[in-house]
Design a protein. Structure first.
Length: 606
């Protein structure tokens, strides 16, 4: 454990880490902890840390040092106790060592911390937690690249930032990013040939003397990345580097105005998707969504509350030819049947006393997109009326006799089991087949833990900008707590948690575990909320996910490290609904054949 002091004066809160040994408090800038207050002497008091013991000493100050309302000379100090220096109230805090270490650095980009190097300064301890190259890339570089993109710098600056991140964090010996362009334009206005305009970033290190070397290339719409790998063993994987490079360059293309209209998102910031994912299953969902967006088919999105169903719906709209029209959203579970139908279909003047004519959501979304959230909560009678609107492509307002155009694309979402509802007769099968041309299920946040650091940094940046404060980042202890928590409210809960935590942050502070909710930071409280079986499953799930991340999705190597057979690992992956890194869809779908084979192998061994 480590110690720090929290002081409050002039309506500001000030935190400082305590180093091992003597820490002098005073108004002189040369003191270990400077308290610029008129009631504080130049060298006022000292807090001495010796292992787990702390001692408070007055240094002959003018206004004295108080503890428990008594003026003191030298006394033992217990964490949680409050003492007064002049008129400055100071609290001694005991915190985990890694709450003083930076997990995600969002501080001064002009002087970045070297990759893998622990922060220095009073109160910091050397950390021992192991991070993979992809972890370092995500935690140390991705937030800064996103910050660069938000400020819209020059393309070469973005490429250099991405290239440096890849070269410093990934197992590569060389990185090269080349800008592509068109050499000429023919008479029909079409580009005649691709050329390389120039190198935007290049880094070359010393070549290794042993092992296999391979160049891997990835191309976005306007850039090409070439990464030279030195493959030391079969466990080394190329794919994460290529995916990270292509992902960021694709995002850069979109921000800087990529050439392909299919990849241009809506210009409204609220309609852009969340930051790029590092989970292959989510990446594949958005890749498929980009293709589906080009057509005009209906979409049904499944997922728990808070998994980002509306975010995906907005992405589909923004990537579609309808992006220039309105996207209209309505929650079908938030209104009783009569009010919901009035909102959907509109009303005519005079349908009731004092009622004026107004269009419904179908009319407002004409030529655009209508997002029907929680469609599974809609009454069967309303379902029948919606089906008719979709068939006729026109709507009659309540109390009206004149049809109005309703040619909206429908995107629906639900967290309910639609197939079971169809069997029970509570959801119309004809409406389902009209809407659900493409179906997709968004995984809960607990099954995409690799995205938690990225999302947390994204939300933290948003909220800090909103309140006009500078945030150093997220501590390693807080990051570990965020990744460990099961997030029953999914992304929405994470966003709300970060928004609440920011309210307790001052300028240049880390978001540490002390700012997190008790249920998140207290492991015992978290585990006490579930049964023994749930606790064991949570521990097992975290261990398997961590091992799969470390092995790059190599299940054979993961099984060896976990000291279990490969068939057993597949059974636990399926049972715990874990996504294997590098897979292209959810494990329960993509690994069904592998799991069946593994089960046959197990049965045969018996």
């Amino acid at each position: 454990m480590a110690f720090r002091v929290l002081a409050r004066f002039d309506d500001q809160t000030f935190r400082a880490n305590l180093k091992e040994g003597r820490n002098v408090l005073g108004s002189d800038p040369s003191c270990d902890i400077c308290l610029p207050n008129a009631t504080v002497s130049r060298r006022h008091a000292a807090v001495t840390v010796e292992g787990e013991q702390t001692q408070l000493e007055d240094l002959g100050s003018t206004n004295g040092t108080l503890l428990r309302s008594q003026r003191i000379r030298q006394v033992d100090l217990t964490p949680g106790e409050i003492f007064v220096v002049g008129r400055v109230v100071v609290l001694l805090e005991e915190v985990p060592d890694d709450d003083l270490e930076v997990g995600i650095d969002m501080g001064d980009e002009s002087n970045p911390r070297p990759i893998g190097e622990a922060p220095s300064g009073p109160g910091f301890r050397e950390h021992t937690e192991s991070f993979s190259p992809v972890d370092h890339f995500t935690l140390d570089h991705l937030p800064k690249v996103l910050s660069h993109l938000r400020r819209s710098p020059e393309r070469q600056q973005v490429a250099q930032k991405i290239g440096h991140a890849l070269y410093e964090t990934m197992p590569v010996t060389a990185v090269e990013i080349i800008e592509s362009g068109r050499s000429a334009v023919d008479g029909d206005g079409e580009a005649s040939a691709e050329i390389d305009r120039g190198v935007l970033y290049s880094a070359q290190g010393e070549q290794e003397s042993q092992g296999d070397k391979a160049w891997v290339e990835a191309a976005s719409s306007r850039c090409q990345v070439r990464t030279c790998f030195y493959k030391k063993s079969a466990a080394d994987h190329y794919r994460p580097v290529v995916e990270s490079a292509l992902l960021l360059l694709s995002l850069a293309d979109q921000v800087r105005g990529g050439e392909s209209p299919r990849t241009v998102l809506s210009a409204t910031p609220a309609e852009r998707p969340l930051p790029p994912t590092v989970e292959p299953v989510v990446e594949e969902i958005y890749a498929q969504a980009e293709r589906v967006a080009r057509g005009d088919v209906g979409v049904m999105i499944y997922g728990e509350s808070g998994t980002g169903k509306e975010v995906l719906a907005r992405f589909l709209h923004g990537a579609s030819p309808r992006a220039g029209q309105h996207l209209v959203a309505i929650n079908c579970a938030s209104l009783p049947r009569d009010l919901l139908e009035a909102e959907l279909f509109g009303v005519e003047k005079g349908v009731a006393t004092g009622v004026e004519a107004r269009p419904g959501k179908f009319e407002s979304a004409d030529q655009g997109t209508l997002f029907l959230d929680e469609i599974g909560d809609m009454a069967p009678e309303t379902q029948a009326k919606i089906l008719r609107v979709l068939q006729e492509k026109e709507v009659f307002r309540l109390g009206g006799h004149t049809p109005h155009p309703a040619r909206a694309r429908i995107i629906a979402a639900t967290n309910r089991p639609i197939q079971k509802m169809i069997a029970d007769g509570t959801f119309r099968s004809d409406l389902y087949h009209r809407i659900a041309t493409w179906e997709v299920e968004l995984p809960p946040l607990r099954n995409r833990r690799g995205d938690i650091p990225n999302l947390a940094a994204y939300f933290l940046t948003q909220e800090a900008d909103r309140y006009g404060i500078r945030v150093r980042g997220i501590s390693r202890a807080a990051l570990r707590a965020l990744r460990r928590y099961r997030w029953p409210g999914n992304i929405r809960q994470l966003k709300n948690e970060i928004a609440r935590a920011v309210l307790f942050l001052e300028n240049d502070e880390l978001l540490d575990t002390g700012r997190l909710s008790v249920a998140i930071r207290d492991e015992e409280t978290l585990h006490a909320a579930g049964s023994l079986q749930e606790v064991l499953e949570a521990v097992e799930r975290d261990e398997i996910i961590s091992t799969l991340d470390a092995t790059g999705g190599d299940t054979s190597l993961a099984a060896q490290q976990l000291q279990i057979s490969r068939p057993t690992l597949y059974r636990r992956i399926k049972s715990l609904e874990i996504t294997i890194p590098g897979s292209k869809s959810a494990t329960k779908k993509t690994d069904s054949k592998k799991t069946a084979t593994a089960e046959k192998e197990t049965a045969g061994s018996k």
